[in-house]
Every structure is written in C-alpha cells, then in structure tokens.
Design a protein around this ligand. Structure first.
Ligand SMILES: [Zn+2]
Length: 276
C-alpha cells in the first residue's frame, strides 16, 4: 500500500465515524440533512460555509447546521489570522421524508383570510425571525441536549404536510404527544429569547438562544413559566404541554434552528429514557 493510499484510508475511516481529521480546523457531528456539527478553529479565524460567514466564539468554537435539503457537498473554509488557509469538503447524507396528512384542523388556521389574522401572522413571523437572526457569541450548547418532554412521537422532522387536504410547508420539528400540563424543559442551557402567550399558529411559544445562532422553540404550550432574558440550564422547566395555536390535541412541537435553517431535533438527543 502506498503512503498516500494509507493517508486516504485513514481519512475515510474518520469521515465514516462522523469526524474529520484534526488539524487547525476540527469538526465533528452528524453530517446528514437536518444534522448539526460543532468544531474549533484558531480564535480570530474567518470561517465560511459555502461562502456564508459562520460565527466563531472568542475561544474558537463554532457550530454549523445542515438544512432539510442541504446539498450533498458543502465547503467549510477557514482563514486563520496567521498561517494557512484551510478548506474542508463536507459530505452531507441525503434523507427521504414522509408525507403526513392532518385533517380536522379549523379552516381559519389552515387558510387564514381575515385581515386581523394575517396581521398577527406577520407580526409573529417577524418576532420569530428576529430571534433567529441573533448571534450571541456564547457556547451554551456545550453542555449538551435532552428531550424537552418524553412521549409518543406524533410528528417527525421534514415531513411534507397536507393539512385539511392542502399542501403546506414541511414539518420543521418533532411533535411529542403528552398529557396537557406535562412539564416542558429546555433542551439545553441558554437565554430565554422570546415568550409569547398567543401566537396565531404556535399558541404559547418560548424560544431559547443557545449561542452562535443555535435556537430552540417550544410551541402549543398550555402555560409558560419563564420570562425573556432569563438564563436557563438544561432541564429547567419553561412551560407545560398544551394545545394552543394550530393543534388537534395536546403535544409539544419542538424545533431547533441554526439561524434560519431548521434542523432535526431528534438528531441532537439519544433515545428517550422511558423507551417511547
Ligand atoms: Zn409540529
């Protein structure tokens, strides 16, 4: 075996394990559509993913996410303050998504036409988008993630949705069915970035900022138990399961985003402890 071939095989083995060879640029994670990777570069490095700037914390940590339709190959480019420019090609595994039909939703929540509903939807979308624009230069996500509530999975990430017979945007989170009043916990450490008691589609809504553009959202809750600006640690109760907004029964819709890119929350945590 030639020396070069040996190097190639060693690199291929690392890629299969979900890690890329360590150099100045380190990265590991789930290289699949909906997945998330974290890494380290030399502090002060200019980092881009497919040409888009990636925030780097003062200690050199960074985080990147891959969307529902992420391309098969993405390029991470690191330009350290001194030293050599590094480019890494990331191979992103493709996924197949389900089709989910939900009937029996109030027509007003599927095809809103009333001006006051449309105005609320717009205002809700702006508030949510503002949170997803934030770049808090903190790595609260370092302490890891947990299921916010355990129960029957009634909706998975990425499904194409047909609501009352009409095609609608794909499902961008995980639905966990649980009795009304079940405590909902934050999936990880972070700052409470939004608490809204009455959004049109999402009802009682809480968003947490986990740093560097990673946010989580918890919707349809019956009650919220935190306020904006609170710092919460993984497992802190933030509300209870409900059916507010566009929901047919009590469940938690749990979403995770890297800036505007919706990720698959289920990829961040292991199986549920209760084995559901
Ligand atoms: Zn949902």
């Amino acid at each position: 075996m030639t020396f070069l071939l040996r190097i190639f095989l060693a690199a291929a083995a690392l890629v299969a394990a979900g890690a890329y060879p360590a150099g100045a640029l380190e990265i590991s994670g789930t290289f699949i559509q909906g997945g998330l990777a974290t890494g380290k570069v030399e502090p002060g490095t200019k980092l881009t993913l497919d040409g888009q700037p990636v925030a780097v914390a003062p200690n050199g940590s960074f985080i990147i996410g891959f969307g529902r339709k992420a391309k098969a190959k993405m390029v991470l480019r690191a330009e350290p303050p001194e030293g050599q420019l590094e480019e890494r090609e990331l191979a992103i595994e493709k996924r197949k998504y389900k089709i989910q039909r939900i009937d029996g939703l109030p027509q007003r929540k599927v095809s809103p036409t009333k001006p006051e509903d449309l105005a609320r939807i717009k205002s809700d979308q702006i508030q949510i988008a503002e949170v997803r624009k934030r770049t808090t230069l903190k790595t609260f996500f370092d302490t890891g993630f947990m299921w916010p509530v355990e129960g029957r999975i009634s909706g998975v990430y990425g499904s194409q949705r047909i609501l009352n017979g009409k095609p609608r945007s794909p499902h961008n989170g995980v639905d966990v069915a649980a009795p009304r009043g079940t405590p909902v916990k934050t999936m990880g450490d972070g700052i409470v970035a939004l608490v809204n008691e009455d959004m049109f589609f999402t009802g009682k809504t809480v968003m947490i900022d986990h740093g560097l553009g990673l946010t989580s959202v918890y919707i349809h809750m019956d009650k919220t138990t935190v306020k904006e600006g609170d710092f919460v640690t993984k497992g802190t109760q933030i509300g209870t399961v409900g059916a507010t907004g566009r929901a047919t029964g009590p469940h938690l819709h749990w979403g995770v985003s890297w800036f505007k890119t919706a990720l698959d929350p289920a990829l961040l945590v292991g199986p549920q402890k209760t084995g559901k």
